[in-house]
Design a protein around this ligand. Structure first.
Ligand code: FUB
Length: 328
């Protein structure tokens, strides 16, 4: 009996120790993708899309949120928002983001590959409620938003102006009003330049042609997954640069949140999933990059979120991260 108790105690201690040691992917009981990491009230929150266990396409139905105070131990919160909560959309609950303002939490989400909505909650973990009852971005009514307005990312500058970045292949940004649920001003095309000042942009394939760019990756051409952060007065724009096995998360910088941005290089080395959708965040004095891989499933529609530390050199350049299995 005593020996049994000892074994149980040893197993519990071992279990706890293993929980403390975060490994990549760090969420493994369900498939999660497109992590947007945010710090609220001294706690790190990660908002993700949720790949279904039986997925054969990016046909996701709800979102997920996890939080941690040490980037090692993670708590899963109840489902914060789902397609069932939206009257005007039925499919494709894709990459979300969440920000805090005016005592409320604003949850931005793309649906149906052509629309973006915003929902509001009192707490960082939700639940969120669709307050507009319609999209804030809708390709059907406004083709100028680009053919695939997905992946919303919100940045609030030091002067209080909020921006929403979004888009697949065509990066766009719009200002948001103080209420965070309405747009203001013009829609702006984000320009990314190479080091010689030449525009790097996606070129659509012509009839019967292979799209070399879409399959290339590895350079500064924008693919999807915009993420804007500011460090020491520099605006860093990170994004996924394509869909090939060499494609990864890269970045460009600017002295303005609306660009033009100058391409700087890789945030991280390529990972197993087709595009590298991720986010960068500072938490308790350290910087982290969140991303997803398909290492567990071997399937692109069943991804899992990962985190590694991120470092800058003395000139503010990102030191390219080599993804680890050890995690934090
Ligand atoms: O998760 C669905 C889509 O896959 C996202 O919107 C893209 O960024 C890619 O990660």
């Amino acid at each position: 009996m005593k020996a049994q108790k000892l074994i149980i105690v040893c197993l519990l201690i071992l279990g706890n120790t293993m929980m403390l040691k975060a490994q990549n992917p760090f969420i493994t009981h369900k498939f999660t993708a497109d992590p947007s990491a945010r710090v609220f009230n001294d706690r790190l929150y990660v908002y993700t899309s949720h790949d279904e266990d039986d997925a054969t396409y990016f046909d996701m139905r709800d979102w997920a949120v996890f939080s941690s105070k040490d980037v090692k131990n993670w708590k899963e919160h109840p489902i914060p928002f789902s397609l069932k909560d939206i009257a005007w959309a039925d499919t494709m609950a894709w990459a979300p983001d969440c920000v805090h303002r005016n005592g409320q939490y604003y949850f931005y989400y793309p649906v149906e590959r052509i629309k973006i909505g915003v929902a509001v909650g009192d707490r960082p973990e939700g639940p969120f409620k669709d307050v507009l009852g319609k999209p804030i971005i809708d390709f059907i009514n406004e083709p100028n938003v680009g053919p695939e307005p997905i992946d919303p990312n919100i940045f609030i500058d030091d002067d209080g102006q909020a921006y929403m970045y979004f888009g697949c292949r065509y990066p766009k940004v719009t200002r948001l009003k103080e209420n965070m649920i309405e747009r203001s001003g013009e829609l702006i095309d984000i320009k990314i330049l190479d080091q010689d000042g030449q525009i790097l942009e996606y070129i659509e394939k012509k009839e019967g042609e292979e799209n070399i760019q879409a399959n290339y990756g590895g350079d500064g051409v924008y693919g999807e997954a915009p993420w804007l952060f500011k460090r020491n007065g520099i605006y860093y724009f990170t994004y996924a640069n394509g869909w090939s096995k060499d494609a990864t998360m890269v970045y460009a910088t600017s002295d303005s949140p609306t660009g033009p941005f100058t391409y700087q290089g890789k945030v991280m080395q390529p990972v197993s999933s087709s595009t590298s959708h991720g986010s960068v965040v500072e938490f308790k004095g350290d910087w982290y990059v969140f991303y997803h891989t398909m290492d567990i499933s071997g399937k692109n529609f069943k991804r899992s979120i990962c985190v590694d530390k991120l470092f800058f050199d003395k000139n503010g350049k990102i030191i390219t991260v080599t993804p680890t299995r050890e995690g934090i």
